[in-house]
Write a protein that binds this ligand. Structure first.
Ligand SMILES: *[C@@H]1O[C@H](CO)[C@@H](O)[C@H](O)[C@H]1NC(C)=O
Ligand SMILES: *[C@@H]1O[C@H](CO)[C@@H](O)[C@H](O)[C@H]1NC(C)=O
Ligand SMILES: *[C@@H]1O[C@H](CO)[C@@H](O)[C@H](O)[C@H]1NC(C)=O
Ligand SMILES: *[C@@H]1O[C@H](CO)[C@@H](O)[C@H](O)[C@H]1NC(C)=O
Ligand SMILES: *[C@@H]1O[C@H](CO)[C@@H](O)[C@H](O)[C@H]1NC(C)=O
Ligand SMILES: *[C@@H]1O[C@H](CO)[C@@H](O)[C@H](O)[C@H]1NC(C)=O
Length: 777
């Protein structure tokens, strides 16, 4: 708002007098005006309790002296202005120019008093009460009036390593310098703004118009700002800190974080991609036959040539026709969930699906055959014999510590009513035994494919929308509600589960397993704006809090895969939108590596980019040789195809010219705490620099693999023979199959499959019906 000058005021009075010329003779108007001037004055009695007249103050010598202004009111009185300020919780009120009412708790911008006679305009609604004058305020208050100095730019006492850079202009043609805007109506300050930008990993920030806080990168300023502005252009008081400046119109008080916040590594070896494929897999599972089982949504597929199930023999990829075995499912797996069972055969269990009976589907496949030799087993399913208690589209599943399977959440059908409940497989006797979950009911539809993790205490972590809690493993009652997950810099309410889908894993566990366990969740969406951060928490420490780390780019629908060296590869997804058909664009082509052994904000390395856009329904799966299979998508977004091509990605540990180590193993059915021998062949280092890892068998859908877990067990070597001590119990390592790797320096071997903890839930005897083949005890 432009300051009024006395000259401008004079001009307005003259115009207004002339405009009434046809109604009143000049002489009467002028007399009337002069008589009002003569009789107006401050109100000294009858004011609301506690209020009294202070003084006439000068406005606009250095900007407005009040922070808040009401809309103009032609019926303004001193009483009506005081009443308005009181109702807004303010203790100081000012009337100016007959019709303007201002409120605050102090006077800012170096306010000084003027002679009372300067405040000589009658209020619009009272001929005798003074309501200021041109650039003059009649000021009333409930106590002593505090006047604050003309604001200055805050250059000291800033949080962290923030430093003031200068006053800069916004971009030309209305373009904004920074991408993220926060309006802090009453509480903007350098400290509040810099803290918020810094908390979300943005090293550049600007304050504008007093109440706006903007976050971004230094490169945003280089690319978008129209340039430096004179320091005096930034002259508006911060809405929450009136002695300091927060920019002005079209001007930003610009600050940067010295040294950066998130320091992304840019290694020269970034891995490479190879391409080939036939399906858009919805679920991808590496079997203990070292072949990859794919399930595709087929009832709803764009192509009618799919049976919905395939198995890829990686040893035959050079011969496309031999490599793909056709399999069959009886019902539609579109958007089901899957786990690998701890039974002897490592059967793959798939549950839920799309529409009617499919939503209660329970399907099992026993991987067979061997590299180069087709298996003959197929998916087994019979709704009449075996189905879920509830209909579930987008549920999650997890093998529990006691060897049964937890199934949670979903909706009763495609975009249907919520199914906010859990149930157990094998279905306990005496049903119905499913349990209603109010927190899933409350957060529907933003909690699909909830995150499920077995914690080292034996309790269960569940993450959904932007919330998380810990459940009792027997009753499934909530034992602790965790803090909400931070979202985007502009909103706490962004989500992490479908449709605002991120991806979750847990940090590796190292013998002797005394460190608290960390849950990591990367990506998500703020209702369409993809998130550029990962959040992590140690759920079982005292007073658990989320740690936020910024990613170098935005990503919704990321796929995170656990690598044998304890790092995580983050690939696929979009920079804009949410999960679902046609709801995302702007693919993210860049692979990232997340290394949990590095300090916070230095854990992410930027790896190679692919040429294949992978949006909705894309996956990343660790192969037995240390490569990663990357598959999908069917986005149904115009311009992006049903993507049949499948890539293998060679992480940097396979592209630095080293030879992969190897090992032999005899005993692959491990008991908790047991000792098992391997004989290793290393090429680079010695057994003293060797590592051993166990990567849990999982099935991946929508970028998530419930039950994923990496364990670095204790071992000791004598020559080339090393003895590994199996993890101590099911809480540390729930029963299941694992890929055992040896790492020679950075380089992993091929894996051997081991089962740890047996089959305590006796799944090998389930389901005992004619249409299912049982692996037995
Ligand atoms: C400013 O106040 C709003 C509304 O009370 C609140 O939501 C926000 O967190 C505050 N911002 C800061 C930076 O304190
Ligand atoms: C990235 O991968 C491509 C193949 O997709 C490969 O040609 C290129 O050399 C890789 N870049 C680096 C730096 O390794
Ligand atoms: C199905 O048809 C599509 C389009 O012609 C083709 O790309 C794909 O390879 C086919 N898939 C199978 C399993 O034959
Ligand atoms: C495996 O079976 C598929 C048919 O499902 C066939 O096309 C392929 O040639 C077979 N592969 C081998 C190695 O026999
Ligand atoms: C589930 O949520 C819906 C919608 O908010 C509500 O109407 C219903 O009462 C809830 N159900 C229960 C059992 O709390
Ligand atoms: C595992 O725990 C669940 C929940 O208490 C229970 O329903 C199930 O029967 C248990 N399984 C076994 C094998 O004890």
């Amino acid at each position: 708002m432009a300051p009024y000058s006395a000259l401008a005021f004079g001009a307005i009075v003259l115009l207004s007098a002339h405009s009434h010329a046809s109604l009143l003779p000049h002489s009467i108007r002028d007399e009337d005006y002069l008589s009002k001037r003569a009789s107006v004055g401050p109100v000294t009695s009858g004011l609301p309790s506690g209020w009294k007249y202070g003084a006439c103050y000068v406005d606009n010598a250095n900007g407005r002296v009040f922070a808040e202004e009401d809309p103009d009111n032609s019926a303004l009185t001193v009483e009506s202005c005081i009443s308005s300020c009181t109702s807004q919780g303010f203790s100081v009120a000012g009337m100016e120019y007959s019709v303007q009412c201002f409120c605050g708790n102090e006077l800012i911008n170096g306010a000084v008093t003027a002679p009372d006679s300067d405040c000589n305009m009658a209020c619009g609604g009272s001929a005798t009460e003074a309501c200021g004058g041109p650039n003059r305020l009649s000021v009333y208050s409930t106590g002593t009036i505090t006047t604050l100095p003309v604001p200055t730019t805050q250059t000291t006492g800033l949080p962290g390593n923030w430093q003031y850079v200068g006053c800069i202009e916004e971009g030309a043609n209305g373009n904004r310098v920074f991408p993220y805007q926060i309006i802090n109506t009453n509480n903007n300050s350098a400290e509040a703004c810099l803290n918020q930008c810094g908390a979300f990993g943005y090293p550049a920030a600007g304050m504008e118009y007093g109440d706006e806080c903007w976050c971004g990168d230094i490169s945003d300023v280089t690319s978008n700002s129209a340039g430096n502005a004179p320091a005096t252009d930034c002259n508006q008081a911060c809405s929450g800190d009136p002695i300091h400046i927060c920019g002005a119109g079209n001007r930003l008080s610009y600050y940067t974080f010295q040294g950066g916040i998130a320091n992304w590594n840019t290694p020269s070896n970034t891995g490479r991609y190879e391409i080939g494929g036939v399906v858009v897999p919805l679920l991808v599972t590496l079997g203990i036959n070292n072949k990859v089982a794919f399930l595709e949504k087929f009832g709803t597929s764009e192509f009618d040539n799919s049976t919905g199930a395939y198995e890829l023999d990686l040893s035959l990829v050079d011969n496309f026709d031999l490599a793909w075995r056709t399999m069959h499912v009886k019902s539609d797996v579109f958007c089901s969930a899957a786990v690998v069972l701890p039974d002897k055969a490592a059967r793959q269990l798939n549950i839920g699906g799309w529409s009617l009976q499919s939503t209660q589907g329970v399907r099992l496949y026993t991987p067979d055959g061997s590299p180069g030799v087709n298996g003959t087993n197929d998916w087994e399913e019979n709704y009449e014999e075996l189905h879920l208690q509830r209909q579930r589209w987008y549920p999650s599943a997890l093998v529990l510590v006691n060897g049964s399977v937890l199934v949670m959440g979903g909706e009763v059908g495609s975009n249907g009513a919520p199914e906010p409940s859990l149930e157990i497989l094998p279905t306990p006797e005496g049903g119905p035994t499913w349990i209603f979950l109010d927190y899933l009911n409350r957060t529907d539809p933003n909690n699909l494919y909830p995150y499920l993790i077995n914690l080292p205490s034996g309790k269960i972590f569940v993450g959904y929308y932007n919330e998380a809690r810990i459940l009792d493993p027997v009753t499934f009652d909530t034992v602790q509600v965790l803090p909400n997950m931070p979202g985007s810099v502009t909103s706490f309410l962004a989500g992490r589960t479908y449709p605002m889908e991120g991806s979750t894993v847990m940090f590796p566990q190292h013998a002797p397993y005394t460190d608290p366990m960390t849950v990591l969740i990367c990506g998500g969406s703020n209702f369409g704006v993809a998130l550029d951060n990962c959040v992590s928490i140690q759920p079982e420490v005292e007073n658990p809090q989320w740690t936020l780390e910024r990613m170098p780019s935005k990503r919704v629908m990321p796929c995170i895969v656990s690598l044998p060296d304890g790092t995580f590869l983050i690939v696929n997804g979009a920079m804009q939108g949410v999960a679902g058909f046609g709801l995302a664009t702007d693919p993210n082509f860049q692979a990232l590596l997340y290394d949990p052994t590095q300090p916070v904000n230095s854990r992410i390395s930027i790896l190679n980019t692919t040429i294949v856009a992978r949006l909705y329904h894309s996956e990343a799966t660790l192969l037995y040789d240390g490569r990663v299979l990357i598959s999908g998508s069917d986005p149904q977004t115009p311009g992006f195809p049903e993507e049949m091509r499948i890539e293998v990605y060679y992480p940097p540990y396979l592209t630095d010219g080293r030879t992969q180590p190897s090992f032999t193993i005899e005993e692959t059915d491990w008991n908790y705490g047991g000792q098992y021998s391997i004989t290793v062949t290393l090429h680079e280092g010695t057994t003293s620099t060797m590592r051993v890892s166990l990567v849990a068998a999982t099935s991946s859908t929508h970028g998530n693999a419930m039950g994923s877990r990496t364990i670095f067990p204790a071992f000791s070597c004598n020559g080339n023979t090393c003895t590994i001590t199996a993890p101590p119990n099911a809480n540390i390592s729930p029963p299941g199959w694992h890929q055992l790797f040896v790492l020679d320096g950075p380089t992993p071997s091929f894996s051997h499959w081991v089962r740890i903890g047996g089959d305590p839930g006796l799944l090998g005897e389930w389901p005992n019906f004619p249409d299912f083949t049982l692996p037995g005890e």
